[in-house]
Design a binder for this molecule. Sequence first.
Ligand code: GDP
Ligand code: MG
Length: 337
Amino acid sequence: MSVDRDKLEALLKWYKQDVGKHLIATIIVNREGLVMAALKGESETEVEEDVIGGVSALVEPVLTRITEEFSSGAFGTGTFDTEKHRIIFCEAGPEAIFVTVLDSIAMVDPIFPYAYLAAEKIARIFDGRTVSPVIPKLILDQDIQNIERKVDKLQKIKVKSGEYAYKLILGGEGGVGKTSMVLRFVENSFQTDYKSTIGTSIMKKECDFEGLESKVRFVLWDLAGQAQFKRVRQSYLSNAEAGILVYDVTRKDTFESIENWFNEIKNVSPTISLILVGNKIDLTEDRVISTEVGEELAKKLNLSYIETSAKTGENINDAFKMLALQIIKQYVFTEEV
Ligand code: GDP
Ligand code: MG
């Protein structure tokens, strides 16, 4: 199928005008992750001359996942923060994803309606339907309301058809094995030289239960190792329904910082379901935090506790299942009442 690329580019130019100075770059990719059109912002020096290559590199950490894991079209829209950028993703019909890269101080809310409108137009261009590439200036209040209502409706439909996925986050110091747990759970793999996560990566995984009709779909958000920027952390932690607090049983400091993580997460997402995990139990020689001490902390924080090894895979699935069961108890059952 051929897409009218000139029209896509004209639309991006309009979009750039509407978004203004915070725009770093914008990019349209198809479901295979192929770049269909790209444009960089006005004063942008960060993006190399090769716009497509430069922009792709910027959004790389999340883009691969999105094109791979969300090929079903159930992705919708979302925003992500990396250490340097704020990124808005919008599903643009069944064929494309529209990505906006903003600088780190940009406000997403006023830009979001434009992104949403642009995504709708992109969907129509991919469809071969006639559409003007002009994105009008919006009178924001009114239009934000309309768009929010629409988004709200979409989300409700998804919840009803059982398509809703719970956002799952991981808390705990760098190096405790958060990324390793996610990779073990999602891909059943383990890497000894795993580089600290760049930005935020997201993955999707379902939990089934034998003899139970309920399924729990998780969208796992894995934040960069050095989550030192409070604002990045806040948006990472917000709107999460599930969370895993991880410490390393061979490092006392990681155990001692769990309460801080607990408090910060509870502050941002008060209704979150949490569990506590002591990881790296394969390193029996180096262990400094005993099972009893771990259990004590769990009791104090009123959390379930499990010990795992992302290296051997021991208890990894069970940890996620334990959390899924809490979710079922908290959300699914109350929804059915
Ligand atoms: P994160 O910063 O919390 O995401 O931690 P990573 O997943 O990047 O893991 C940090 C290091 O610990 C990596 O070298 C991993 O290979 C290693 N690691 C993670 N989980 C385990 C485990 O269960 N056992 C052992 N022996 N090493 C682990
Ligand atoms: Mg990590």
